[in-house]
Each structure stands twice: as structure tokens, then as C-alpha cells.
Design a protein around this ligand. Structure first.
Ligand code: PAF
Length: 282
């Protein structure tokens, strides 16, 4: 596996692969890999001749009071995990390589970024779409892989790729959960044992809601109330948002009559977690 930290080295290697007619899969990450990341890499490996993983804690997608400085990092562990699933190249630039002095160009998706995480994290998606565009332009992948855990991010990136005619196929990969239901996240390491236990209420509430939908309930008001009362009973968990939105447009819905994304964010102690499920798929 090759490890590079400059754009020049990255470009040289991927253009060589391209000349050989090889297909390339890109997996953008912020590192500190867990099974969710490895699943993205395995999907990329199965569908492409070469897999490039970017490992970059992107400062422009963090707000001033967020966890940029304490975001978990472990390059040695990441290197061996990526190697284990057959990744061909890791691109791990320093911030100055991606955002040199004088940087002032941004890529912004408007409508889809207004609600859900966009509401509480202003500027977050602008940072994501800018760095993802740069990575796509640097690597020129045939396919790029995004987890369904970051449901809004996936839809925003898809929209951006369509709107800007970026020649890449965006491939969604299912969310990976721990055996007890907790959605995998690099931020789970922040949780104390008590907080980790409390965090289980998020997936439990989502699963209970899904059971009710499967039993025929379509009223969002009632489904939301059911979830809220479960989550409120857990004192270590503070719900930030819980929304029922159209799976594609992310517009609020009143009934589950077509695919609906049920997305939530919550603080568990100081740690912000997100989770989601899509219900109402035929
Ligand atoms: O999902 C993430 O880890 C990040 O938002 C991404 C897509 C790597 C961009 O920094």
C-alpha cells in the first residue's frame, strides 16, 4: 500500500493507473477507521481495480466550538487496517496542502443543506462539499463511496455531483451497527461506559418506530411522539433534532406513504451522535 501526503505524488500515481486503463474507487474519510469505513473500502475494492482512501480531518467542516482538535487520530492503526482490506493508496495531506495560503473558493449545495445537521452546524456542508470536490478532481475516480450513516451528506454529495456534472458514480454503502445496535462512529470513543449504554436508546427508538410503520402506522406525529418519549426517558441523552423527511428532497413529511428518512442527532454527554433509518420503502 502506498502512503502519500502531497497532491503532486497523488496525481502522478493515479494518472499512471489511468493510462493503464485501470478503474479507481475513492473512499473519502477522516480516519480513525472502524468497521463502517472498512465496509466502504471493501465495496470499493470489489468494484474497482484500484482503491484510494483519503484520510484528512477536514477543518472547514468543523464549527468553532466543535471537536476538530480532539477528533480521534491514529495513522499507524489506520494504515494497517486499510492494508488489511487491500487499499492501494492512502492520501493523508496536511491542512496546508488542501487549503494553501489565500484559499477562498467554496462549493455549496443550497436547499438540501438547510435542515437536519445543516441547521445546527452552519457551514458544515460547505466544508464537506468543497473538500469532496477537491478530492474528486485530484483522484478522478470512477466511483466514490459514502456511508448511509451520514444520510444528509450522501444526498448533498449526490446532488452536487449531478449539478456540477462531475463524472463519478456515487455509491451508497449501508450503515454498520455494533451488535447491540449502536451506529458505528469514530466519535463513539468519546463515550464513557454509562454514556455508551445510554446511547443505545437512539437505535432502539428508531427500531421501535420501524416496527410501528411495518405494523401499518403512517402518522408522523404519533411516530415522533413515540420516539421522543423513549429518548426523553434517558437522562444522559439530549435530542438535538428528530425529523421525518422525504428520502430524496429532505422535505418534512406528515405521513409515511413513500420512502421517508427518519434522521436524528443527539448529544450524549458532550458527544454529538447521529443515526437514521429509511422507512416506507416498497
Ligand atoms: O464523512 C466524512 O468522514 C467526511 O465528511 C468526508 C466525506 C470524508 C469529508 O471530509
Amino acid at each position: 500500500m502506498i502512503w502519500v501526503d502531497t497532491i503532486a505524488e497523488l496525481r502522478k500515481i493515479v494518472s499512471g493507473w489511468r493510462r493503464e486503463g485501470l478503474t479507481i474507487g475513492l473512499v473519502p474519510t477522516m480516519g480513525y477507521f472502524h468497521e463502517g469505513h472498512l465496509s466502504l473500502m471493501r465495496h470499493a475494492k470489489a468494484e474497482n481495480d484500484r482503491v484510494v482512501v483519503s484520510l484528512f480531518v477536514n477543518p472547514t467542516q468543523f464549527g468553532p466550538n466543535e471537536d476538530l482538535d480532539r477528533y480521534p487520530r491514529d495513522h499507524a492503526r489506520d494504515r494497517s487496517l486499510a492494508e488489511g482490506v487491500g487499499v492501494d493508496l492512502i492520501f493523508a495531506p496536511l491542512p496546508g496542502e488542501m487549503y494553501p495560503e489565500g484559499f477562498q473558493t467554496w462549493v455549496e449545495v443550497t436547499g438540501l443543506t438547510q435542515g437536519l445537521c445543516g441547521k445546527s452546524r452552519p457551514g458544515h456542508f460547505r466544508g464537506v462539499t468543497t473538500v469532496v470536490t477537491k478530492l474528486m478532481m485530484l483522484v478522478g475516480p470512477d466511483r466514490a463511496y459514502f456511508g448511509e450513516k451520514d444520510a444528509q451528506q450522501l444526498r448533498v454529495v449526490r446532488r452536487m455531483v449531478r449539478d456540477l456534472n462531475i463524472p463519478v458514480e456515487v455509491r451508497p454503502v449501508p450503515l454498520v451497527r455494533e451488535a447491540d445496535g449502536l451506529a458505528m462512529s469514530s466519535r463513539n470513543v468519546y463515550l464513557s461506559p454509562e454514556e455508551r449504554q445510554a446511547a443505545l436508546i437512539l437505535s432502539k427508538a428508531l427500531f421501535a418506530m420501524r416496527d410501528r410503520v411495518q405494523a401499518g402506522e403512517t402518522d408522523v406525529h404519533s411516530l415522533r411522539e413515540g420516539m421522543e418519549s423513549m429518548i426523553k426517558a434517558e437522562p444522559l441523552v439530549q435530542l438535538e433534532y428528530l425529523e421525518f423527511v422525504d428520502d430524496e428532497t429532505l422535505e418534512i413529511v406528515e405521513r409515511v406513504e413513500r420512502p421517508v428518512l427518519v434522521a436524528l442527532a443527539a448529544k450524549v454527554g458532550r458527544t454529538r451522535l447521529i443515526d437514521n433509518l429509511v422507512v416506507g420503502r416498497l
